[in-house]
Design a protein around this ligand. Structure first.
Ligand SMILES: Cc1cc2nc3c(=O)[nH]c(=O)nc-3n(C[C@H](O)[C@H](O)[C@H](O)COP(=O)(O)OP(=O)(O)OC[C@H]3O[C@@H](n4cnc5c(N)ncnc54)[C@H](O)[C@@H]3O)c2cc1C
Length: 314
């Protein structure tokens, strides 16, 4: 697909057809059942979770699956728990569950920052983290969040179970590492001590997709310097993995305003936005820098507030 804009809302304005092509529908009763259905129907089958991205894509005929495998009864994929130093998030966890979770807010406030500005309550009640990541829209907020915190996606399929880091999971606009016959089942986020994280987004109106957004996560070493940093931006590039230079500029340095200004400058240089109805390339590049600066500033404040216990006593 040629990408001229990010966030299917923008694409919708250019499309005429608003009715899906015909398809068959199956409701899976277990993970094993879902995998068997996906294998049986092959390349033409698609999973449906919240349906908030897939159904609009089908109405616009940008997606034409012949078989839909509904995973909404797979409650075993709807969980949040802390295990072995990682936050484990089931793929069917709804936006609303993430937003309301005390555990998530305490360990990774970046998720709460993002969830507050994703769409509206009806979408958040139904949409899932698995669907968000598998949709792989370059404007998807949770893809940027999961990149910043170095999440790992767990994929299950006929070949067994495999773990894929977020930068490799996201292959480009609307393409992920999940192959035909496979299911994203879990997202694992490493919990780091003395860590803070934050997400900042500019949208045209409440509930809209980002004009630009930035997520920053960092941890502080005992001497107060930055020991580790992760960056993820939304709506300003077709790649999630392009911010290594920003991360390298941060590690080993004092978390000062000058440093975060410098980090923003590099992020603005390294992103690759498109001019579209949400804004010009120049404006989005400016936002990328400013939002990176703001996200890192808040992430550092939160890491200091964690005061040596962030993550350790969770
Ligand atoms: C009006 C509106 C505004 C929105 N605004 C925003 C916004 O501001 N920011 C934002 O980030 N998002 C936004 N969204 C998208 C929203 O977050 C969706 O919930 C999300 O993109 C998809 O989640 P879903 O569960 O609905 O996925 P679905 O639509 O069910 O599926 C999306 C894709 O993922 C695949 N899939 C789903 N689950 C799995 C799985 N477990 N394994 C393998 N493949 C799977 C499907 O086959 C499909 O290709 C908006 C949506 C709407 C309708």
């Amino acid at each position: 697909m040629t990408v001229r804009s990010y966030g299917f809302g923008a694409i919708a304005l250019e499309a005429a057809v608003q009715v899906p092509a015909t398809f068959e529908y199956r409701r899976a009763s277990s993970v094993e059942d879902a995998l068997a259905l996906l294998e049986r129907f092959g390349e033409e089958a698609r999973v449906i979770a919240g349906g908030h991205s897939l159904l609009p894509m089908m109405k616009l005929r940008l997606a034409r699956p012949e078989f839909l495998v509904d995973i909404n009864d797979l409650h075993e994929l709807d969980y949040l728990r802390l295990e072995g130093g990682e936050l484990l998030i089931g793929a069917l966890t709804r936006h609303r569950t993430l937003l309301e979770s005390e555990l998530v807010g305490r360990l990774f406030p970046i998720f709460h920052d993002a969830e507050r500005v994703i769409a509206d309550p009806p979408v958040r009640n139904r949409g899932t983290i698995g669907g968000s990541l598998c949709q792989a829209d370059p404007a998807e907020d949770l893809s940027a969040v999961c990149t910043a915190v170095r999440a790992v996606a767990v994929i299950l399929g006929p070949g067994g179970r495999r773990s894929v880091p977020m930068q490799e999971f996201y292959r480009g606009p609307y393409e992920t590492a999940v192959g035909a016959g496979e299911l994203l089942v879990e997202i694992r986020v490493p919990v780091r001590p003395n860590a803070g994280s934050a997400y900042r987004k500019v949208e045209r109106k409440t509930g809209d997709w980002a004009v630009a957004a930035a997520g920053g996560a960092l941890s502080l070493a005992d001497d107060g310097r930055i020991g580790w940093a992760g960056i993820g931006l939304a709506a300003v590039s077709t790649s999630l993995a392009g911010y290594r230079r920003v991360e390298e500029a941060l590690v080993g340095r004092e978390p000062t305003d000058e440093l975060f200004t410098e980090a923003g400058r590099i992020a603005a240089e390294d992103c690759d936005p498109l001019s579209d109805l949400r804004g010009t390339e120049e404006y989005k590049r400016h936002l990328a820098g400013e939002l990176t600066h703001r996200a890192l500033t808040l992430a550092a404040e939160r890491a200091r507030a964690a005061g040596g216990t962030g993550g350790k006593d969770a």
